[in-house]
Each structure stands twice: as structure tokens, then as C-alpha cells.
Design a protein around this ligand. Structure first.
Ligand code: NAD
Ligand code: MG
Length: 388
């Protein structure tokens, strides 16, 4: 990498935020931090903002602003709070913005960053799932560079370099299968939040860990891939790969399959995006395939884990269906984590909400997507009360 670049991290206090800032910390000359944001963790955010000498720190939850101000007193870091401040911080136009807020809550700030036409390192898959065409159109219009941080999509992005997408036969997303991969169907209904967030290979935030357990994470990633790599839904496949070493693959028409391999550490795909098109060091141990020994693969089981089927149906229905699926899932995952519904109710509720909506007309703007998201959340809450 050459020269110093400015960077903003939306969702700085999360798992992706921490991995990103770890790389920034190890490369103090390569980056200057503009904005760091969090939802409500004012003390934690203030400590990061001081350490990285950020220009501005923003809490989305405005009630936490006094606390943030107190922690930042005398630091020279600006403090701000609330959804508008979050969007304004994202619009400061850092050379690279890491979009690492969880859920559709990250959509407006991510779109604000895209409007600046710079580099967006996208971890926040829910934003792309919900806003699909609206977001990709904004990227095309502004000339922004959207670099996927999600490990599968980062792998695919790397495997596509130097190739013509017209020659792609298959894009295959790998899935670990999550902690319940080998559980019998009848046991799944009894799975607890503590069991669901204990991922076998990756250390991640609670929401994506539950999504990995239901396989909705792979469903959302299927939709994410549909938008990032426009080869058509019929060329996208999913395969279960328990070791999470092959992060995804691209097969070409001549029978060549290119795969990207690496440790199960998000610092690898984040580093790939931060340095792109160059490379940077990470502290990750080199891949020791002899020690790993075996890489295995199997077909996904959509009877026990229907989420990937729901995602395929939503992306095929098009329009607002993926945004509805995402919103229903976000509400159901939160209810599951709060102990209000069973594990298997997550996908069941999402299916019911999708079935109950018969207008999937395409949202034409960010505001439209936000309206669809709100309506689907309300519908999911109603559906869950009816069912329980
Ligand atoms: P996390 O829960 O650890 O962190 C989420 C961050 O978003 C935190 O900084 C939190 O304060 C902020 N946030 C939460 N709700 C918010 C709101 N309403 N408004 C503003 N900010 C809010 O999540 P994570 O695991 O770091 O995941 C972040 C995103 O990256 C998700 O979309 C996830 O799917 C994606 N992702 C994560 C991983 C991983 O390994 N963790 C891998 C691939 C993709
Ligand atoms: Mg992933």
C-alpha cells in the first residue's frame, strides 16, 4: 500500500469493527481515522476514538450522547448522536468506509457513504439484501467501489479477478453449516440462544451467529452474491464445508474451479479490502493444511434448514421480497435471542411473513426500502403474536 488513506468505520465497536481497527492499529502510517460509530456503547466508542484520534465519534442512540461527550471531554474528538448525525458522519467521504453495522440499521449510513463515490468495504450484508437494486444503482451512478468483506464474497471477488463473468459456470458459496449442522430435526426446536451463538469456527456478533445456525446467513449471502456478481440466480450454489477453509469458489466454462482458502479469521478478507488492489500483512498464522488434514463438502439440507430455500424464493420473486425476508428474520432473531420464540420459529415466521405479503413491487429509492423494512417488521411482530 502506498500513501496514507482516510478511513471511517461504521459499527466500530462490533466484531468486524474490532478486526478492522486491529489492522489499522498495526498499520498506523497507512490510515487516518475520520469517523467511528456505534449504537449505544458510548464508553467503548470514546476509548476507540481517543486511541485512533478520530475526527468524530457518533452514537446512533441519541440518549447516549451526553455520556459520549463526557468520555471525550478534552480529547479534541467531536461527539455526535442520533440517526442524522450517523448519516452525516458516513457522508464525510473518507477514502474508505467500512460498513460494519449489523442489520438494516446500517442501510442509510452505508448509502450516504456510497454517495461520496469512494471505496466502501461492505460487511453489512443486510443493507445490500434489503436495498439490492437501489444500492447497486447508487454505486454505478456515483462511481463508488464496493468491495465485499463477507468472507465468501471476498473470496469470489478474488477468484473473479482477471476473468470475464460471461465465462462463469457456477459461483459456489461455502457454508460451515453452523453449530447445529449435525443435529436431528426434532432437537432443533429446543436449541437455546447460548447454543446458537457458539459458532464452531468463527467468532462473530450475536445476530450473524444465530443466522449461521439457521443457515439464514447463507440465504442472505446468496442474495448478496446475486447483487454483487450478476451472473444470474441459476449460476449460484451453496455447499456445506464444515472446516470453513475454502471460503468460496468460481467454476469457469472450461472446467477450471478457482477457490480462495484462508484461516477462519475475518482480518484476512478485511485486509484484502483495505489494501485492494495491493496486499497488506495480517497477524494471522499461515494456513497449515497438513495440520487441518481434511477438507470435506456436502449438500445443504433444506428440510432441517429451510432458510436458503426462502432466500432463493425471495430473490426469484424479486422487488421488495428480499427486504421483507431480511426484516422478518431480524425481528425473529431478536425474539429468539430474547427467549420469546423457538429456534425453528425463526425461519417459520419468515416464511409466514413472506407468504402473507402479496405485493413485492420494487422499491425505487432508499426511502421506499426503509418503508418496506418498517412494514415487514410490523407484520412480523403481528405474525409472532398470532402464532404464540
Ligand atoms: P456486532 O453485533 O458485533 O457489531 C455491530 C455493530 O453495529 C456495533 O458497533 C453496534 O454498536 C452497531 N450497531 C448495532 N445496531 C445499530 C443500530 N441500530 N444503529 C447503528 N449502529 C448499530 O456485529 P458483527 O458481527 O460485527 O457484524 C456486522 C455486520 O458484518 C453484519 O451485517 C454481519 O452480517 C456482517 N458480517 C460479520 C462477520 C463477522 O465475522 N462478525 C462476517 C461476515 C459478515
Ligand atoms: Mg460470510
Amino acid at each position: 500500500m502506498t500513501g496514507q488513506r482516510t478511513i471511517s468505520v461504521l459499527g466500530a465497536t462490533g466484531s468486524i469493527g474490532a478486526s478492522t481497527l486491529d489492522l489499522v492499529r498495526r498499520n498506523p502510517d497507512a490510515f487516518r481515522v475520520v469517523a467511528l460509530t456505534a449504537n449505544a456503547q458510548a464508553a467503548e466508542l470514546a476509548a476507540l476514538a481517543r486511541e485512533f484520534r478520530a475526527e468524530v465519534a457518533v452514537v446512533a442512540d441519541e440518549a447516549r450522547l451526553p455520556e459520549l461527550r463526557e468520555h471525550l471531554a478534552g480529547s479534541g474528538v467531536e461527539a455526535a448522536g442520533g440517526p442524522t448525525a450517523l448519516v452525516e458522519a458516513a457522508a464525510r467521504g473518507a477514502d474508505i468506509t467500512v460498513a460494519a453495522i449489523v442489520g438494516c440499521a446500517g442501510l442509510a449510513p452505508t448509502m450516504a457513504a456510497i454517495e461520496q463515490g469512494k471505496v466502501i468495504a461492505l460487511a453489512n450484508k443486510e443493507a445490500l439484501v434489503s436495498a439490492g437494486e437501489v444500492m447497486t444503482a447508487a454505486v454505478a451512478r456515483t462511481g463508488a467501489t464496493l468491495l465485499p468483506v463477507d468472507s465468501e464474497h471476498n473470496a469470489i471477488f478474488q477468484c473473479l479477478q482477471g476473468n470475464d463473468a460471461a465465462n462463469v459456470r457456477w459461483i459456489t458459496l461455502t457454508a460451515s453449516g453452523g453449530p447445529f449442522r449435525d443435529w436431528p430435526a426434532e432437537r432443533l426446536a429446543l436449541a437455546t440462544p447460548a447454543e446458537a451463538v457458539k459458532h464452531p469456527n468463527w467468532s462473530m456478533g450475536a445476530k450473524i451467529s444465530v443466522d449461521s445456525a439457521t443457515m439464514m446467513n447463507k440465504g442472505l449471502e446468496f442474495i448478496e452474491a446475486f447483487h454483487l456478481f450478476p451472473v444470474g440466480v441459476e449460476r449460484l450454489r451453496i455447499i456445506v464445508h464444515p472446516q470453513s477453509i475454502v471460503h468460496s469458489m468460481v467454476e469457469y466454462r472450461d472446467g477450471s474451479t478457482l477457490a480462495q482458502l484462508g484461516p477462519s479469521d475475518m482480518r484476512v478478507p478485511i485486509a484484502s479490502a483495505l489494501a485492494w488492489p495491493a496486499r497488506m500483512d495480517t497477524p494471522c498464522a499461515p494456513l497449515d493444511l497438513a495440520a487441518i488434514g481434511e477438507l470435506t463438502f456436502r449438500a445443504p439440507d433444506e428440510t432441517r434448514f429451510p432458510a436458503t430455500r426462502l432466500a432463493r424464493e425471495a430473490v426469484t420473486a424479486g422487488g421488495s421480497a428480499p427486504a421483507v425476508l431480511n426484516a422478518a428474520n431480524e425481528i425473529a432473531v431478536a425474539a429468539f435471542l430474547a427467549g420469546q420464540i423457538a429456534f425453528t420459529d425463526i425461519a417459520e415466521n419468515a416464511a409466514r411473513v413472506l407468504d402473507s405479503m402479496n405485493d413485492f413491487s420494487a422499491p425505487g429509492s432508499l426511502d421506499d426500502v426503509i418503508l418496506v423494512d418498517r412494514a415487514a417488521r410490523a407484520r412480523t411482530r403481528e405474525t409472532m403474536e398470532l402464532a404464540h
